[in-house]
Design a protein around this ligand. Structure first.
Ligand code: SAM
Length: 261
């Protein structure tokens, strides 16, 4: 297995674990409710990851409906296929979000959760979503405002370095603050947004930020903005805060819904 394949496999395994956590299960429930799927509907899940949401959507649309999940990572597709192997109304494809191989007016709904922050050309993806949606089709997008993290750390300047490195690692770290006007520009109406807060007051592996803090320090280390010692010091402080009941992390995700006018 080469390095790229290894990274793709690790990303899929990590998503399997982190997206089972209660905060993300709650987020999926909120997303599913907003989608208001009906039996027989055709849905596209862009950046489907390991297929948690695709599975739940496919159960809602039933055998007369269909859920197509696409992802650029073949390992994610493999996990999704495995997750949905007992369903007869799902299909998964290894595809880039900016170039969808579907005809116009094809889907009743499109969802794209926690994907656009990684995408280089968000406008191209919005244009593709608009093209493949049926008239009055619905869109649901969930994105995080990574610039709005609240964290109790003893090392403010290290915290800034670590989060700045994360900010630079993804093309759109704060998409929620300007997504509404973009959706309007791309022909969507009835745009609504609601927050999906992730608040952790414990530092344990069954809380979302535990893995996330390790992930973003790994990124800062890889980019050379912190040293091994700084990394250890920063994480040890969070560990200590967990033990003494003073750990505090909060970030907001935002759930956008809109209709193609
Ligand atoms: C954080 S995961 C979210 C997975 C899933 N949407 C969920 O909420 O459970 C982000 C996913 O987007 C995929 N992704 C990122 N950029 C993409 C692109 N340009 N085209 C297709 N998939 C992409 C990644 O491979 C990954 O599976």
């Amino acid at each position: 297995m080469n390095n790229s394949m290894k990274n793709q496999s690790t990303a899929a395994e990590e998503l399997e674990n982190s997206y089972r956590l209660p905060e993300i299960v709650r987020q999926r429930k909120q997303t599913l409710k907003k989608l208001s799927l009906k039996s027989g509907e055709h849905v596209l899940d862009i950046g489907c990851g390991v297929g948690f949401l695709s599975y739940e959507m496919a159960v809602k649309t039933g055998d007369s409906g269909k859920v197509i999940g696409i992802d650029k990572n073949p390992e994610m597709i493999r996990h999704s296929i495995n997750r949905c192997k007992d369903l007869h109304n799902t299909e998964f494809m290894e595809i880039e979000a900016g170039s969808l191989p579907f005809p116009e007016n094809n889907f009743d709904a499109v969802c794209c959760t926690q994907v656009l922050l990684y995408v280089k050309d968000v406008l191209q993806v919005l244009a593709e979503i608009r093209r493949v949606l049926k008239p009055a089709g619905r869109i649901v997008i969930v994105e995080t405002d990574w610039r709005g993290v609240v964290l109790n750390s003893a090392f403010d300047s290290l915290t800034r370095k670590i989060f700045s490195a994360w900010d630079a690692a993804v093309p759109s770290p704060n998409l929620p603050v300007y997504l509404g006007p973009l959706l309007k520009k791309y022909g969507f109406s009835s745009i609504q947004v609601e927050p999906v807060p992730i608040l952790n007051t414990e530092y344990s592996s069954n809380q979302f930020s535990h893995g996330m803090m390790k992930w973003i320090t790994k990124n800062a280390l890889k980019k050379g903005v912190i040293t091994d010692t700084e990394c250890r010091k920063w994480l040890d402080d969070l560990e200590e805060k967990g033990k003494t009941g003073s750990y505090f992390f909060c970030v907001n995700r935002f759930l956008f819904t809109a209709v193609l006018a």
